[in-house]
Design a protein around this ligand. Structure first.
Ligand code: ADP
Ligand code: MG
Length: 309
């Protein structure tokens, strides 16, 4: 996973890393739920909402249509109400609740979380590269597993207790055995999925989280704060990649004052980055002559990140 503020290069690095791994014979899925449809732009292929699409051999890209996902998710909720309560129509107050909840960011996050869990738990690829939305979202997403887990533990506990009372009541009323508790089963199913996915997400052997940074004061400060928060949620932070470093040969050329100032400023913040992040810096990637779109530029970026391959 590549994290960092918007516009620093997460999608670019995700695509280039996927390209690099695919060229080395690994089967890779790079996917995003970014509504800005950025994988479509970088691969110059309309993949939005189309499921995994083969870009080159071994390289698949997928852009999740969050709106459609929310609608499907609502339908799944309705279906579960039908199945669990044996209803043939959703009561009006519940339907209006489902409608209202769709406008909540939390509903979208849950729907997306569910889809990401599906993708990762399903398997089929050697590597998954998750092109994350900007930092706040990423954190929310990653913290959700532990919040969900605690919440579900609590509800499951309460339900199990209630069930015991129900059973006693059933015996007293000389009723037949209770039906299986469909809701409890559903909760246990959700819990199992969350445990499975969060054990993948927080396992340093399986998951690597990289921060993209640039040589600017605000970015360095924000990244430091974010890194502290990430540590709280046991996110396995693997290191930092500096992006958009001006080519050093510029220094020895006859360049305008403006560019000289940029270079001096950059030199200063590169030193700050070095003293702040030290050995955790994994790579330094130059500012390219143009934006990174299309396979030839992606290949160039992959070489800048990983060296020859
Ligand atoms: N090293 C680089 N050289 C030139 N352009 C870059 C570089 N890194 C990123 N870009 C460009 O910057 C823009 C933002 O990058 P992107 O990967 O979409 O950021 P994010 O996904 O973090 O929002 C894109 O147009 C991309 O092509
Ligand atoms: Mg992006």
């Amino acid at each position: 996973m590549f994290g960092g503020k918007g516009g620093l290069g997460k999608t670019t690095f995700s695509a280039a890393t996927a390209y690099y791994l695919a060229k080395r014979g690994k089967k890779v899925l790079v996917f995003s739920v970014d509504p800005q449809a950025s994988l479509t732009d970088i691969f110059e292929r309309d993949i939005f909402g189309k499921g995994p699409t083969e870009i080159i051999p071994n390289l698949y890209a997928q852009e999740i249509d969050a709106d459609r996902r929310v609608k499907e998710y609502q339908q799944e909720i309705r279906q579960k109400i039908f199945d669990m309560y044996g209803m043939d129509k959703i009561p009006e107050e519940i339907e209006s609740y489902i409608q209202a909840a769709a406008a909540e960011p939390a509903m979208e996050e849950s729907a997306i979380f569910d889809e990401v869990v599906d993708i990762v738990v399903k398997g089929g690829y050697d590597y998954y590269i998750y092109d994350l939305v900007p930092l706040g979202h990423a954190l929310y997403y990653l913290s959700m597993a532990s919040v969900y887990d605690a919440w579900i533990d609590k509800i499951t506990g309460l339900r199990e207790q209630m069930r015991e009372y129900d059973q006693v009541a059933a015996v007293i009323r000389r009723e037949k055995e209770l039906d299986e508790d469909a809701i409890l089963n559903e909760l246990l199913y959700i819990k199992d999925r969350i445990n499975k996915s969060s054990s993948i997400l927080t396992d340093k052997k399986k998951t690597a989280f990289f921060f993209v940074i640039t040589a600017e004061e605000m970015i360095i400060k924000d990244t430091l704060k974010a890194a502290e928060l990430f540590a709280k949620f046991d996110v396995p932070l693997s290191g930092y990649i500096i992006n958009r470093v001006l080519p050093s040969e510029l220094k020895h050329q006859n360049i305008p004052e403006y560019l000289k100032n940029r270079l001096t400023m950059e030199e200063h913040y590169l030193k700050v980055i070095d003293t702040t992040f030290g050995k955790q810096i994994l790579a330094s990637v130059p500012e390219m002559e143009r934006d990174v779109t299309g396979l030839p530029m992606i290949e160039k970026m992959a070489m800048a990140m990983f060296g020859e391959f």
